[in-house]
Ligand binder design. Structure first.
Ligand code: AMP
Length: 120
């Protein structure tokens, strides 16, 4: 699969589609999910063109990978859902069996309420 430059997150990155921004730096953009599944449901995406976690880990620079991961911790602290507060969950859907719908790599961050243990 090739990266589709017309996926919705690519359009958000190009400011062609609006988003409710949470955080942005040179490497990442974070915004609220349009269809929240928990009280807090945000997405974190790299600015580079990567299809999924495997593509990101294979092709991104170490700087991009480090900055992406650091951004997660920065954002959860900003939102006061880090483990110093009540905690959160981070997931990434990958491919067909993972239920991925948007093929620009992203993490979902869920918080603000208790999340059940099972994946479904
Ligand atoms: P995934 O199944 O991991 O690919 O999830 C894609 C997520 O993107 C879903 O939770 C959607 O609700 C969310 N989403 C799709 N379009 C938008 C948008 N324009 N702004 C914010 N979130 C979106």
């Amino acid at each position: 699969m090739n990266y589709d430059k017309n996926n919705i997150f690519a359009k958000i990155l190009r400011n062609e589609t609006p988003c409710k921004k949470v955080y942005e730096n040179d490497y990442v953009l974070s915004f609220y999910d349009v269809n929240p599944q928990k009280k807090i449901h945000i997405l974190v995406i790299p600015k580079g063109e990567y299809i999924d976690l495997d593509d990101f880990n294979s092709k991104a620079s170490e700087k991009e990978i480090i900055e992406f991961n650091k951004a997660i911790t920065h954002i959860v602290k900003m939102l006061k859902i880090s483990n110093q507060e009540d905690g959160y969950r981070v997931i990434s859907n990958i491919g067909k069996n993972g239920g991925q719908e948007v093929f620009h790599f992203h993490y979902h961050i869920f918080g603000g309420e208790k999340i059940r243990k099972m994946v479904f």
